[in-house]
Design a protein around this ligand. Sequence first.
Ligand SMILES: NC(=O)c1ccc[n+]([C@@H]2O[C@H](COP(=O)([O-])OP(=O)(O)OC[C@H]3O[C@@H](n4cnc5c(N)ncnc54)[C@H](O)[C@@H]3O)[C@@H](O)[C@H]2O)c1
Length: 409
Amino acid sequence: MKLGMIGAGFVARFQAVAMMQVRGLELGALLNRGGTQELARFSQENNLGPAKIYDSITEMAKQVDILAIYAPNYARIAIMEEIVDAVKSGAELKGVICEKPLGRSVAEARRLVQLAAEANLRTAYFENQIYMKPIRKQLDQLALVQKVMGPLSLARASEEHAGPHEPWFWDPARQGGGVLSDMGCHSIAVGWYVLTPLGREITFLKPQTVSAEVALLKWGLPEWRKKLLEGKGIDYDKTPAEDFATGVVTYLNPDTGQRVKAQFTNSWMFDKQGLRLFMDGLGPGYAFEVNTLVSPLTVFVGDVAAASILDQEATLEKSTASRGLLAVHHNEADLYGYTDENQDALEAFSANKDAFLPWSYGLEITRLVMAAYMAAERQKTIDLTDPAVQQELESYIPAIQQGHGKDVL
Ligand SMILES: NC(=O)c1ccc[n+]([C@@H]2O[C@H](COP(=O)([O-])OP(=O)(O)OC[C@H]3O[C@@H](n4cnc5c(N)ncnc54)[C@H](O)[C@@H]3O)[C@@H](O)[C@H]2O)c1
């Protein structure tokens, strides 16, 4: 199948590397925006596909089977409206992919689900961590144990690094908030997934309550605020967002009545080697743990040799150091689950089905993220079973996203 990418920045490049590991998927087209020429060259040099550059989504949609939205969060609705128009005027798309987070609010995520339905498009919500091979492997390895002993009752998931690359991520209005909007969606999703009893559907466990805290621990300090203003043009004195978030989601097993918990922690103040994904799960008599900073490969670069380092990020996403003992990943696209989510979308769309994680699932994750913002803002546990809360979440926009971060943080 031919895939067209809308967005040619950081994640698009990662996805292109992942696609090289999937048979039967080629990069057919790119939308003409920043970064497109480099990505087209990369695709052509690596036999990933012609990556022809188009000026409009309407033109591009006629040349491909799948469109993937890898553009910034604030551009989703306008892009999807154009895709729907293209389908209505004859583009024969098989499916549409959207990177996390599906929306900056429940209303936005719901609108995206409706737009896809309007054009009768199959969907894939790209939450890569659910596809991580270590996460899938522990499920396989512990399947029999789970059958005998019962499912996990506690999961902990975190994703942390020292802060995002592009200015729009730091702007709470354009991105949706701070680290909770950006990375809380990953940790909440993977926590829910690992707690789900084997063989049950992805939303089998019913979310009951959410408690959360958000804080600005590093990037609000005067010297770091100055760095942000000078380096990225973002003023955290006026419109700050959180660089730390943590919370607990409680789920109900509707068959057994058992309550299980998933804790999430996310930060943009992780001044260590680089990106770290950490997950663990505890069941009766068994457990698993994933820590992506533990790599089978390390390299050492001493001070005398450090001048020859060209690209510190070649070792690890969001790497912060270029010397000393460095963890190196030989295939981050595969480790983080990008390869397998592309494979799944390809297989699902070929069979005219939604992917394992459809956009309706992305909407559920957005709802949990919004409930976490609400819990932090109101300093109380949010009861997701209360119809009044459910109604309120439909139109809720976090104060931080609205530019009132100073009142909350
Ligand atoms: N799964 C993950 O771990 C992961 C990692 C990074 C980013 N993401 C998600 O991927 C998306 C893109 O993030 P990124 O880091 O690649 O951002 P980026 O800023 O590096 O790249 C964005 C790309 O979109 C293009 N663009 C900007 N406005 C556009 C518009 N209106 N229409 C079409 N294209 C437009 C830009 O020119 C650029 O090529 C975000 O939603 C982000 O949350 C996911």
